[in-house]
Design a binder for this molecule. Structure first.
Ligand code: ACO
Length: 380
């Protein structure tokens, strides 16, 4: 028995490792700045619809009126799901979560799509657009099927965000709700080499197809250290109950080496610029609904978490409040993240494919080697 002799440096969680050049997104984690294809997130969030931001991410330029119109028409045209997928969702166990249903349905969509196995830059964009269009339908349909309700078919008159709310509730949303959902989607659309986008790139780097990449992406986003935090935040706010309980709650969590959900970020060492926009939106919605309870908890948490850990809210924190005010159920929060991040996934998949090199890092082996082999009948 012996050990491998190596002092190779290990970067746990790939922290600080630059694995590729990219033109999709720039994040300045020290100054708290974020850019999609060079445009500041403040300008994008204020001025762009999800469709406009998605076009920018996919085609590296802001669309003119005509390009935006045809891109929106294309998304609307592809919203419908094959009946077989709808029937399949009806067979899902009631205990299946929204993200599990999304992961399964995205994968199953490949079976009904003759283009799904095709792999070229054009195919990646084509299949990606189809998946961006269908993900909201999957989430809304499964939500209603799971509650024993009839599905609400997409309305081609409505934009991406408004149509999603319509398919969830059966009611055309008011302008404020539709814009709130839209802005939230824009803010979640892209964020550099986050875990799910990196997972998408790994899948594409093997020359696998876009449906496989999306299945990987949804599976990776699902975890509570990534998109799953969106669900945990609202549950945490409910557990805290009122602002007066915040200090005690944080002490309890930190004493048990737990995590306060929606706080901290691998890249941002300051306030997440997306959280800044979402906080404003959450405050406006709280005032409008005359329910400041969750927002007051948020304000106190900010003070306590900065004091105790030097940590700030991330994108998931205030978005949970926005979803609450949009009357969306807690357990679909990570799926809302996935619906929006799909645009970033396609941008990253296309970029990876355009200059592909199989992603295959190394490990430092710290186990044993040269062990004496023991035949099966002699093992204890
Ligand atoms: N609550 C309490 N302590 C925290 C938190 C938190 N939310 N986040 C980080 N810390 C602490 C860790 O305990 C650790 O403390 P220590 O050095 O005293 O042991 C230190 O900060 C560093 O933590 P790491 O996990 O090593 O930092 P990393 O960069 O890997 O973590 C992460 C980033 C996973 C997002 C982390 O901040 C976290 O778990 N947050 C809560 C979950 C969450 O909100 N996830 C969503 C992330 S954003 C997104 O995906 C959209």
């Amino acid at each position: 028995m012996s050990k491998v002799d190596s002092n190779a440096d290990v970067k746990r969680g790939l922290e600080g490792v630059i694995v590729a050049e990219s033109r999709v997104c720039y994040i300045d984690g020290i100054k708290g700045r974020l850019y999609y294809r060079g445009y500041g997130i403040g300008d994008i969030a204020k001025n762009c619809s999800f469709e406009e931001a998605a076009y920018l991410l996919l085609y590296s330029k802001l669309p003119n009126r005509r390009a935006l119109h045809s891109f929106s028409v294309e998304l609307r045209r592809r919203r419908n799901l094959p009946q077989r997928i709808v029937e399949m969702m009806r067979t899902f166990s009631k205990s299946m979560t929204s993200m599990e249903a999304l992961r399964t349905a995205v994968s199953a969509l490949a079976a009904d799509d003759p283009d799904a196995r095709k792999v070229s830059l054009e195919d990646h964009l084509n299949n990606g657009i189809s998946l961006i269009a269908k993900m909201p339908t999957i989430v809304a349909y499964y939500y209603r099927i799971n509650r024993g309700e009839e599905v609400v078919k997409p309305d081609p008159e409505l934009g991406h965000a408004a149509n999603f709310l319509y398919m969830m509730t059966g009611r055309v949303p008011d302008k404020t709700s539709a814009r709130g959902m839209d802005m939230d989607m824009v803010l979640h659309a892209e964020h550099g080499f986050n875990a799910s986008s990196f997972a998408v790139r790994v899948t594409v780097s093997t020359l696998s197809d876009m449906h496989s990449a999306f299945t990987t992406g949804v599976g990776t986003l699902k975890g509570p250290l990534h998109g799953g935090a969106a669900e945990e935040v609202m549950r945490m706010l409910e557990e805290i109950g009122y602002a007066k309980n915040v200090d005690k709650y944080v002490q309890k969590i930190l004493a048990g080496h737990g995590r306060v959900m929606g706080y901290g970020h691998r890249i941002y060492k300051t306030y997440d610029p997306r959280a800044r926009v979402l906080k404003k939106m959450a405050e406006e919605m709280s005032k409008e609904k005359e329910n400041m309870r969750w927002f007051e908890i948020g304000e106190r948490l900010e003070v306590v978490m900065e004091r105790e850990k030097g940590l700030y809210p991330n994108v998931d924190f205030y978005s949970a409040m926005v979803y609450h005010h949009l009357a969306l159920p807690i357990d679909i929060n990570p799926s809302l993240f996935a619906i929006a991040r799909s645009a970033g996934w396609v941008a990253h998949a296309a970029e990876q494919y355009g200059d592909n090199k199989l992603i295959r890092p190394l490990d430092r082996y710290v186990g044993e080697i040269d062990l004496e082999f023991i035949p099966l009948n002699k093992r204890k």
